[in-house]
Design a protein around this ligand. Sequence first.
Ligand SMILES: Nc1ncnc2c1ncn2[C@@H]1O[C@H](COP(=O)(O)OP(=O)(O)OP(=O)(O)O)[C@@H](O)[C@H]1O
Length: 538
Amino acid sequence: MFGDDQVEALELGQASPEDEFGQCFTGECRVNLLPTLYRLNAVISQSPDPGESLGMILKTMRSEMRMERGTVSLMDRRRGQVFIHQSFGLTAEEESRGVYAMGEGITGKVAETGRVIIAPRLHESPDFLDRTGAHAGESRRRVAFVCVPIMLGKRVLGTIGGERSYLNQRLLKQDAEFLAAIALMIAPTVELYLIANVEKLELERENRELRDALRERFKPGNIIGNSKAMMADVYDLIGKVSKTRATVLILGESGVGKELVASAIHYSSDRAAKPFVRFNCAAIPETLAESLLFGHEKGAFTGALASRKGLFEQADGGTLFLDELGELSPSVQAKLLRVLQDRTLERVGGSTPVQVDVRVIAATNRELVRMVAEGRFREDLFYRLNVVPITVPPLRERGSDIILLADHFVAKACKAMEKSVKRISTPALNMLMAYHWPGNVRELENVIERAVILSDDEVIHAWNLPPSLQTARESGTTLGLGLEEKVRLVESEMIVEALKTTQGNIGQAAELLQVSRRVLGLRMGRLGIDPHRYRASA
Ligand SMILES: Nc1ncnc2c1ncn2[C@@H]1O[C@H](COP(=O)(O)OP(=O)(O)OP(=O)(O)O)[C@@H](O)[C@H]1O
């Protein structure tokens, strides 16, 4: 159907025994493809819904061409990008990653040039990016990829891409010809669709970008810390449970990062494109909690002027994060148990069961086992929730993470406040390390934010930290010392910091400290500070 000049990359070679097998196998399919083409044509020309036609194309690629993955990508002219609009064989997350600039990757190249690309060995193609991530961790088995442009005149409107186990080159070329015929048929429909759906597509793109931003914010990579406790007890489990839909119970003191862990599980799971809804069980009065979670029908109570979906229904297909679970009232506990058991709920004032598909992740800083023993938390609900418990260790048990987290929060605060802080002084680091952090990571974040505000010389000093950290036990420094000795310590630290900043340059250090070079020399002598120790080459 098309000559080699229209094909970008195709290696034609000798037929192999493998080819013979492939030929009889797909040979049958080829015979069936003609009626398929007619059927497709009928749907495309008669269906008022272009989405249905695109769906039919993918269905044909999967069931009749026996492809393993297929994509229909559309042009976003305003951004100069092509993005996956519909697909099969990809998760929602993989699909949302499929955005290519013109000329980028195989799809971007087809969109830019309007030429067919056939890659008999996808993994060896120089243009192969695996932008969707669908091939991550896959063995380099022989996968072939065919990508054809959807064109109207000389304008590219999108692409159709299909992937299959390699059979032989001749049949691969036939695949491309078949897809090109489909692309030709669908082009006018795609043109109308693009015109009629400019706004919808723009919204789709915004959603995609928002999802990417959220994923970036919550991906496990953004949970800072390499301590053994986190590696063994937390990251490993996040990886394992993300692949399942099991209910997860996250335990740990307040401020250790339980919500961050819940988000990481959601955004690494195949529910990532669906909602992540958070509910704080402690913040809402009992009567309101029930209708917020399960929804209500019109007239269910005074003021219920219209029926409303609850958070469970809003999270359908995604994840509901129940924070501070220990605070749930007995009646809400009973209703929650029913949803977990039957996956159905009844709105307040309603009698019709509503089906929901929601993964529940719950978190608490309370000792649920004790609450069960004391009859304050339902035992049956506890066992339903405690399928996979993850305990996030307190910050004081993650010693090596403190510095990493502090650096991370310095960078975060600097960005938010458009300030520059280059480092944390050694005495300040010692104080951060020695403190017992009852408020955990949240407290550390607040402490650093305050210190960044107070710092006026691009360094966080001990005196920029709050008084709670300035005790003798934590800092091992000044408590019990007289005024003279304290002044001496502060003076000494300021001089050392200035020398570190200027790499031992006395003139610049004096300038920073706003004293003359002579005064600084005298004070260094009195305090026994040797500037040579801070020279770059020292
Ligand atoms: N490992 C981490 N890396 C980066 N930021 C973290 C980490 N752990 C916690 N944080 C940050 O610390 C703050 C508190 O975390 P989070 O709200 O997840 O704690 P929590 O355990 O759910 O607290 P609570 O029990 O009070 O609800 C948040 O701003 C969070 O982003």
